[in-house]
Write a protein that binds this ligand. Structure first.
Ligand code: BYC
Length: 474
């Protein structure tokens, strides 16, 4: 069970480690000050119907109730230790899982933890204005739930930094509160976390595409031979599922509403669709293209010696590592990777050990494809002849083998000029952003009411009705 009587809720007997407890109690006010500055805008007095974990078991999410967000019980929750757990891959395969940081991997491990930790507050910063234009109380409550849990994911990484990395760890924990999404001088570490999330379509796309990168990266880190990292990631994954649900159903509900309006009014031209106050499917496709391509970059270079080192040292595994049937060392294995040579996309086999980023990206793409297929079904059921497609893997990429090339969504290699000509057929234009913004000028705050551009969800949160007062504004 999680102990909520302490200042910092935890299931790690924090009270027995006075030094750590003091260090974290010192960091806590800095965190809260960051939340007041960079958390959801003007929300500090709202009472929000949030879930709070009471235990780390899969059914430990039983507790729902009204909480003012600055009073949310952020804390440190790890999955229980399995005494028999081993390092399951790399050169240390078969050794007992590490309970302490192996000296030779200290800086590499710290870097992975910092990179993971940096994304969490970044996403809260990216989303901080969206509460001002929510399409319903239900959606407002969901974004706030996502935000407080991203805050807790930051706590998870900060715990590891404080507990296992001494003074460097404390400094990194402070730096996590100092960087800012999109800041020119002190930006967040990874590209996608410096992009704005200007509207709710972008938010749902982000939680569908980018939070799912979170899932796959956390799954790879949950395989780590460094047991405390594995245990903390396992619990974070239970929180992540809801975020992807918000994204998938959010985009699905926007598509559903657009299709309803198109059918009722027998229109299919995008400008006629827009005139009826819903988002045309073409714009939805452009948003999809943007968020998908920017998120693919988050997996890093296709061929990466960093990734090979992480694996060989036992720090970061593959997706579902222990379920894979091979040597878990990748001595002779090969993996296909694409690159652009002489104006053509060529696929060739490289040592699988160096292609681990690409492999994780491919695992991710498979799951994305299924989700996009479910959105397509909404369109098909409405009888509208429109196909949502995933662009080619090389489209609009800034990291890896495709960076610096101009690839169309269909996978043709183009010149910069040719690509530029079509840019805003493929990616959201300033006009698209302005149109989507124009639909979201204010907050829909009456219980049970939904903005015109989105369908209501099938059911409420925790079996509450749709007209439940999910947020009280006070
Ligand atoms: N932007 O060998 P390379 C989440 C850098 S999301 C900017 O290609 P590597 C969440 C790289 O750092 C999950 N820079 O890559 C979602 C390196 O820099 P140095 C977050 C980039 O190291 C929603 C250089 O390029 N977790 O949780 O194999 C809401 C060459 O490196 C980018 C993790 O990412 C980029 N996109 O792999 C909230 C897990 N990509 O060394 C939360 C931890 C690469 O030259 N991170 N670079 O200075 C990692 O495992 C690895 O750092 C990466 C990159 C997979 C990200």
């Amino acid at each position: 069970m999680i102990n909520y009587t302490e200042k910092i809720p935890n299931n790690i007997y924090l009270g027995r480690d006075r030094v750590l407890q003091r260090a974290l109690e010192h960091w806590q006010p800095a965190y809260l000050s960051w939340w007041y500055d960079m958390g959801p805008n003007e929300s500090h007095n709202f009472e929000v119907y949030l879930r709070t974990a009471i235990s780390v078991e899969p059914d430990g999410w039983a507790q729902f109730g009204y909480v003012k967000m600055p009073e949310y019980r952020w804390g440190i929750f790890l999955q229980p230790r399995d005494e028999k757990r081993q390092v399951n891959f790399g050169t240390h395969k078969g050794q007992p899982a590490w309970q302490d940081v192996p000296g030779e991997y200290r800086s590499t491990l710290r870097r992975i933890i910092v990179t993971q930790g940096d994304t969490e507050p970044a996403s809260v910063e990216q989303q901080r204005m969206l509460g001002m234009s929510c399409p319903s109380l239900y959606d407002l409550r969901n974004i706030f739930q996502v935000n407080v849990e991203e805050g807790r994911h930051l706590w998870a990484m900060v715990y590891l930094l404080h507990r296992y990395f001494g003074r460097d760890g404390r400094e990194e924990a402070e730096a996590l509160l100092a960087r800012r999404s999109g800041d020119t001088d002190n930006p967040r570490i990874l590209g996608a976390f410096n992009e704005p999330t200007p509207d709710w379509l972008a938010f749902y796309m982000f939680t569908f595409f980018t939070d799912r990168d979170g899932k796959f990266q956390l799954c790879a880190l949950a395989e780590s031979g460094f047991d405390p990292l594995s245990r903390t990631c396992r619990f974070m994954l239970t929180e992540e599922a809801h975020h992807m649900f918000v994204g998938e159903t959010g985009v699905g509900r926007i598509i559903q509403r657009t299709c309803e309006v198109m059918k009722e009014n027998k229109v299919d031209d995008p400008s006629d669709v827009r005139a009826l106050g819903v988002i045309d499917l073409q714009t939805i496709q452009r948003y999809l293209n943007f968020h998908y391509s920017v998120t693919l970059d988050l997996y890093g270079s296709d061929v990466s010696s960093n990734a090979a080192n992480y694996f060989t040292s036992g720090l970061k595994g593959r997706f579902r590592e222990t379920k894979l049937e091979d040597d878990h060392q990748l001595h002779d294995a090969l993996y296909p990777v694409s690159e652009v040579i002489g104006g053509k996309i060529i696929t060739k086999n490289v040592p699988a050990l160096t292609a681990l980023n690409e492999r994780l990206r491919d695992d991710y793409i498979e799951e994305i494809r299924d989700g996009v297929g479910r959105w397509q079904r909404v369109i098909d059921q409405a009888g509208i002849p429109f196909r949502l497609t995933l662009p080619h893997k090389g489209f609009h990429r800034a990291i890896g083998n495709f960076a610096g090339h101009f690839i169309s969504p269909e996978g043709e290699v183009l010149t910069a000029e040719a690509w530029k000509k079509y840019e805003f057929e493929w990616l959201p234009s300033p006009e698209d952003h302005a149109f989507v913004q124009s639909l979201m000028s204010g907050r829909v705050a009456e219980p049970g009411k939904f903005a015109n551009w989105i369908a209501p969800p099938l059911r409420g949160i925790n079996n509450q009705p749709l007209n439940f007062e999910y947020v009280r504004f006070n």
